[in-house]
Each structure stands twice: as structure tokens, then as C-alpha cells.
Design a protein around this ligand. Sequence first.
Ligand code: ADP
Length: 272
Amino acid sequence: MGIVGISGDITARKLAEQDREKLMQTLALKNKELESILYVTSHDLRAPLVNIQGFSSELSRSCDLIHSALKDKIKAADMSEEVHTAFNKDVPEALGFILTSARKMDSLLSGLLRLSRLGQAAVDIERLDMNAMLTDVTKNMEYQVKEAGATVDLESLPACLGDSSQINQIFSNILDNALKYLDESRPGMIHIYAKIENGQNIYCVEDNGVGIAPEHQNKIFEIFHRLEPGRKSGEGLGLTIVRRILDRHNGKIWVESELGKGSKFFVSLPSA
Ligand code: ADP
């Protein structure tokens, strides 16, 4: 009896230690992630802020010039060309840059807010009919599909376990990207299919778009990371959100891609 009792104690202690170890690892990972979010955010928010500061100074100089011309009519005649340029070019240009930068900051901050809300949202796990969900996601994007002149080929998909609105968000983001990063020189083709491996469903969204170079394939999941800023609208948050949702579902995302040929985004989720 005594021996059984002691070995039971040891097993319980070992399990508790393993749990503690796991928790510490998760905590360390979260800390690292938080640090990188803090770094990237402050870095990305700084660029538009520097723009706002610079163009505000320019605006202030133009205002001084116009002000001094208005005060002194003789001087104004002399400065008419400068005043004209300030009024018609410098001021509107500076205001335009300030507004664009403020909008950029606003979009970065609302992206961060969305990310933080996601961390607090409850995960309501249920059996998901993925055929119905992907049909719905594709229908919601019908306009973008038409605009891109693309075809979406949807195979029969196995059901999985997950939170309906969060899983919907995952596939909306991936499909949105597949459409956004198509190659204009050939008709866009998107193929959605799945297979089951070791109790996990592996869904794949394959496109024949611009593709991603090997050195960028891990980076695209980082917060605010965009390969060609300005080329297409977006804030570099879509795949970060996808990864964050999958972390909370015991799921994974990875990519296989060839530059100039296309990409395959794989998502694994527990089978229903
Ligand atoms: P966003 O699309 O808003 O820039 P994402 O986090 O969704 O942000 O994607 C990050 C980057 O990954 C994109 O800027 C793009 O360069 C690249 N990317 C994502 N999906 C694809 C795709 N299907 N084909 C090519 N590049 C992609």
C-alpha cells in the first residue's frame, strides 16, 4: 500500500512539474511575442508620426509667409509668387501628407485594438460544416472574385471543431489575400481542398498568384509585415490574426510558395 501511495505521489508530482514546465514555456513565448508587438508597433507608429511633425513645421512656415505678406501690402506685391506657391501647393500638400499619416496611425491602432479584442474573445467550440462555411465565405467575396476575373474551385471539405465566427475570419482573410495577390498577367485560379491526417483536418487554399520568396515565407505571419507596402491595400495584420486564432484552437498555419507561380496556405484544425 505504502509503495503504491509513494509512487502515486511521485507520478502526480511529475505531472505537476510537466504542467508547470509547459506553462512556463507558453509564458516565455507570449512574453517574446508581446515584446515584438511592442517593438514593431512603436517602430511602425513612429514613421507616420515623423511625417506629421515634418509637414506640420512646413505648414507653419507657409502660414508665417502668408501672414507676413498679408500684413504688408508692398511686401506682398514682391512676394506674390511665393505666396501663390504656398497657398496653392505647399499648404495643400502638407495637409494631404498630414492627413494620410494620421489615417495610417488610425488604421494601425485600430488593428492593434482588433488583435487585443481577439485575445479576450471567448472561443465557442462546435462542430463546423466547412462546406457551408466556405461556400458562404466565397459568396461574400463574389464582388472581389469578379473584379479579379478569378475562378474559385471548392472541393468537398470535412467538418472540423472550432469557433464559427473565428474560423470564418481565418478563411476570409486567406481567401482575401489569395485574390489580392493574384498575378495580373494570367487568369486567377483558386483551389480550396482538404485532407485528414492523424485526427487533424488540413485545409489548403491554393492560388496561382504572385507567390512569396522563401526568405519572406516566415515573416508574413509577423504583425504589420507587408512585402510590398503600397502595392495593395492592407495593414499587414490578416495573417497575424489568423495565426492568433489558430493558437487558441490547437491549430496551425503554414505556407508553401514559389515566387511567380503561386502559394498554398495550409490550415490544420481538429477533425469533428
Ligand atoms: P496584408 O494583406 O494586409 O498586407 P497579411 O498579414 O494578410 O497582410 O499578409 C502579409 C503579407 O503576406 C502581404 O502583404 C503579402 O505580401 C503576403 N501574402 C499574403 N498572402 C499572400 C498570397 N496568397 N500570395 C502572395 N503573397 C501573399
